[in-house]
Design a binder for this molecule. Sequence first.
Ligand code: UT7
Length: 320
Amino acid sequence: MTTRSVILGTGSALPRRCVSNAELAETVDTTDAWIVERTGIRFRYIAGEGETTATLATDAARRALAAAGIAADAVDLIVLATATPDQTFPATATKVQAALGIDDCVAFDVQAVCSGFLYALSVADSMIRTGAARTALVIGAETFSRILDWEDRATCVLFGDGAGAIVLGAEQGSDRGILATRLHADGRHNQLLYVDGGPSTTETVGKVRMRGREVFRHAVVNLAAVMNEVLEQAGVSADAIDWLVPHQANARILDATARKLGLPPEKVVMTVDRHANTSAASVPLALDAAVADGRIRRGDLVVLEAMGGGFTWGASILRY
Ligand code: UT7
């Protein structure tokens, strides 16, 4: 009988401090009107003292475990996607493991920037289907505010901090679970979206740099293509999709990709207005928001997609 990876619970966590566009405009040369018109963003959460990628990830993981009704010690795999780890090493996943009181499990980080959650999901799903794991925590967590250049208005208004998590469990012969996933990377585009530092080059952490207009163009084309690939792989037509849970970078990208698939806006989960772009956290944060408010229900067909620095991009289709 086929083993499938089924989402047993979702959770999320945001920093205490919520910052509006108007508050940002007090220190950055920007306006609420520009940010809303070009991106759809109205608010973002910014981590404060004591809040790190690991603390946000741990809070999100605890909530996902509680929603799934699963004890932490049943977890045998933690895959955490982040581009803003607490330390260069060890993996932030191991900090989450320790905070959850899990003595022994597999725990590691995945680095694919904004597509990190899709990459992490694919790794965990593969390990579950091959029997290497039975119960996995898959987490996307970021504190991008700590790698932003607050003098660069073209990037600093776009990002926020947060974490989202899911518990994935092995189920035999289930009609629910992850049906298909497709991932891509094209390293030729490094200079369109990157961080200008790193341990092996500058011995610093670096700041986010982006040529937004070029990234935008690639995002719309690549996301529409990869969504068509997963639909084809799963043998599902676009009109069967109940919910699209996209990476939350820009409301205009969400609208354009949904249009390309012929999906009405009501089927697109949009949280970019209140969370901004939280990189690897954005898909699981949006997923948890739509599960928590009752929009996504058991049995719904859901497509997740993301694109980010590298470039990396991917999509996954699952029956919730
Ligand atoms: O998560 C990874 C994937 N990332 C993305 O998908 C981001 C993709 N890119 C985008 O979302 C958009 O390109 C941005 C939101 C980043 C920018 O929107 P845009 O419509 O492409 O604007 P632009 O970069 O072409 O800039 C237009 C104008 C420029 O002024 P001039 O040269 O026309 O006079 C900028 O200097 O807007 C100016 N500008 C701003 N003005 C007020 C740039 N940033 C700001 C700002 N406030 N924060």
